[in-house]
Design a protein around this ligand. Structure first.
Ligand code: UD1
Ligand code: CA
Length: 465
């Protein structure tokens, strides 16, 4: 049987209380991944023939997020969840199959639960199957109204509930599987006859019952999964649960996380066994980390590849690559395009951008290197600057194996230091230095005997002592 999905993502999210009109609620991120992306990820393994997202408010931002992952239909005016589904009618109307509908603001749903719901729907030959949850605090959710026989007869939004109905703890998780043909046949029957004057998708429950179509439900045992993100308190709550899931899976696969409550790892990050992550560490994007590393405390990694057996403390490394057996930090920043090769050491307060830093080379303190190739076993002295930018153009420098850059050297790019060459401390190097040669470029020192006494006396006179 054909399976389709529709993800509702057009709503403004008024309860987020944002002043911006360019971002929809479903584009708010958790661990740098937008809410709606979590829903699309859970749907992906289900073998769906089409996945359609309904976009509207802030839709340009949402469109970029779902690009390549789902088709898009537009709901220009947000007149409710039922009205949102109507917009998919030109694509799905009349087709045979099952359609799973999810809200883009429920990022905790798992593939397992969605698959169970689809199976339950198909095995029970239902026309509509609703995912429900039982919550201690059902506030804000639509309540499941059942008849004496436990059949779902309606879903009532909180705004429209009587006092008695308000006490119902069984809620609508906002996930449904419909017989696709009946869904689009019945949508035109919806009326905005509620307090919000919206076309509620949930009113189809009543309509299906009236028509004698089969309506069933499945309780989601893990009530975390049904959490909808409507405000920023729920956003933080959902983030905490997602973090917990990711950290737990990593720990069970052999990664030590010293303080999971205080470690932030995105869903696409891969980490090998025997790597230890110390507190305050953030790892995002497509970062891939090997085995036996010690990372953190307080380290930020994004879209970076890390090999094995590195020690990386208090570092900020993005869009870069670290090979094996290096020691980095504290306070090393690699902005982008940095390759730190095997056995290198980069110590405190160094910044690099677009640098290939060779095997066994050292840069112990306080340097900025931009756009350069540093060979093997090079020593970069304290306070070295590779001045790569003249305000208009960027230039590239090259330092060959075994070179020694004296402290306080400024290499004005483009410049080349040959193999085994040396720059004298405090030099501003503007010309290439040949292999095994020394470059020295600084004013000659002159000493004036006794002048210090004259100087100090003048200073005291000025202060009137
Ligand atoms: C909805 C359900 C409620 C359920 C809850 C579960 C309805 C009427 N209510 O309530 O029963 O308990 O989800 O989380 O369906 N959206 C659109 N277009 C619109 C309005 C909303 O695309 O015109 C999208 C939103 O972007 C959101 C989703 O639909 O992703 C749900 O909308 P929201 O306003 O959050 O509904 P709830 O009040 O949470
Ligand atoms: Ca919601």
């Amino acid at each position: 049987m054909n399976r389709y999905a529709i993800v509702l993502a057009a709503g403004k999210g008024s309860r987020m209380k944002s002043l911006r009109d360019d971002i929809s609620k479903v584009s708010y991120p958790i661990l740098k991944v937008p809410l709606v992306d979590y829903v699309l990820r859970s749907l992906k393994p289900l073998g769906l023939s089409r996945v359609i997202t309904v976009l509207g408010f802030g839709g340009e931002t949402s469109e970029k997020i779902v690009e390549g992952k789902a088709e898009v239909v537009w709901q220009r005016e947000q007149k409710g969840t039922g009205h949102a589904i109507m917009q998919a009618s030109p694509l799905l109307g009349g087709l045979e199959g099952s359609t799973i509908i999810c809200c883009g603001d429920t990022p905790l749903l798992t593939t397992q639960t969605l698959d169970d719901l689809l199976k339950k729907h198909e095995d029970s030959h239902n026309d509509l199957t609703i995912l429900t949850g039982i919550l201690d605090d059902p506030r804000g959710y639509g309540r499941i109204i059942e008849n004496g026989g436990g059949r779902v007869v309606a879903i009532r939004e909180q705004k429209d509930c009587s006092e008695e109905e308000n006490g119902i703890r069984k809620i609508n998780a906002g996930v449904y599987v419909f017989d696709n043909r009946l869904l689009f046949e019945c949508l035109p029957l919806l009326k905005p006859g509620n307090k919000a004057k919206e076309y509620y998708l949930t009113d189809l429950v009543g309509i299906f019952n009236e028509k004698g179509y089969r309506v069933g439900a499945m309780v989601c045992e893990d009530f975390d999964e049904t959490l909808g993100v409507n405000d920023r308190v729920q956003l933080a709550a959902a983030a905490k649960i997602i973090r917990g899931r990711i950290n737990r899976a990593l720990m069970l696969s052999g990664v030590s996380i010293e303080d999971p409550e205080n470690t932030y790892i995105g869903p696409d990050v891969e980490i090998g066994p025997d790597t230890v992550i110390a507190p305050g560490t953030h790892i995002y994007g497509h970062t891939k980390i090997g085995c036996g590393n010690h990372i953190g405390p307080s380290t930020y990694l994004e879209n970076t590849a890390i090999g094995n057996d590195n020690v990386i403390e208090f570092c900020h490394i993005t869009d870069s690559e670290v090979f094996n057996h290096t020691t980095l930090g504290p306070y090393f920043r690699a902005r982008k395009g940095v390759k730190v090769r095997d056995g290198a050491h980069i110590g405190n307060f160094n910044e690099m951008k677009n640098v290939d830093f060779g095997e066994g080379s050292k840069c112990a303190h306080l340097s900025y290197l931009g756009d350069s190739d540093i060979g093997k076993n090079v020593n970069v002295g304290c306070g070295t600057i590779v001045a790569n930018y003249d305000g208009v153009n960027k230039f590239h420098s090259k330092v060959d194996d075994n070179a020694f850059i004296g402290s306080g050297t400024i290499l004005i790019s483009p410049v080349h230091m040959g193999k085994g060459s040396l720059s004298a401390a405090g030099s501003t190097i503007t010309k290439d230095i040949e292999e095994d040669s020394m470059g020295i470029a600084r004013g000659r020192q002159e000493n004036k005997p006794g002048y210090a006494i004259t100087y100090h006396r003048k200073a005291l006179d000025k202060k009137g002592r």
